[in-house]
Write a protein that binds this ligand. Sequence first.
Ligand code: TXA
Ligand code: MG
Length: 312
Amino acid sequence: MKYILSNIKKAKIILDKNQCIAIPTETVYGLAGNAYSDKAVKKIFKLKKRPIFNPLIVHYHSLKDLEKDCVISRDFIKLFHKFSPGPITYILRLKKNSKISKLATNRKNTLGVRFPNHSTTRKLLRFLNYPLAAPSANISTKLSPVCAQDVKDEFGKKIKFILDGGRSNVGVESTIISLVGKPKILRFGGLEISNIRKILKKPLNLSLNPKKINSPGQMKLHYSPGIPIRLNIKKPKKDEAFLLLKKTKKLNKNIYFLSKNGKLKEAAKNLYLTLRKIKKDKFKSIAVQSITNNGLGKTINDRLLRASKFNG
Ligand code: TXA
Ligand code: MG
């Protein structure tokens, strides 16, 4: 406890100087900075090599904090009470007098907001006088980090401080829903769409691959471990790593599995970690067995499909 508190204090000192740190969340680690500061936000874009047209999502501790920056709608309140804090990001309308850096939103009048469910980061957010802009803590188009070591692997010494909060429990990014205009899902993620439908009780469209990209998670190549990936494979080539949903008795050196019993929640949690492991084990390509396209399986398949667009 003492250790956590002293690290939270350290994190605040750095963030108050408009520098960036990595923070743990239940989905993936974030590269965080003061969302009210142009200086901090510029640093995030630079470190991540993110195109400036891609807006950042902003992390809040409470509804009271959010009300200073965004217009609150009825649909939002329903979903908020059911799912937040948790793995869901809401796109809301920005208030005119909001202090959010214009660079974070690419001067749009909407804001992606999230209430992460990780005790250390929640303590940090409560302690700060501003919300945290935080994209996933990876270089643009690469795999998101799910532990402190992954963040080190991504940024090395370029990052001032990593607030270590252990392994991310969900392991894939948040589900994104736009509540500006008709509700729309912009990204599959850690919260199943069927759960959202039950609460919203309204038609819910998907907009995962729009012509005009307004979310980098919608880009065709993303979430890549940096080696080719082939999907829906029954038999891998000789030198390929073979990624399975469920553990098998046959254990070859090239076989990796995402879960013991085929549970999709466990598989999602292990997805990025396993892809990184395969790369570290020096495989030059990955063959993936077909994965059930239900519930979190949709999120896993979405990430694998985008990662499979890598062509060296
Ligand atoms: O789980 C998560 O969401 C993680 C953790 C750190 O919270 N964050 C994350 O951030 O995945 P990022 O930046 O890698 O992905 C957020 C997505 C991006 O695709 C971004 O374009 C989209 O949210 N986004 C942000 N603001 C938006 C807006 N106003 N309209 C549409 N999409 C937006
Ligand atoms: Mg990302």
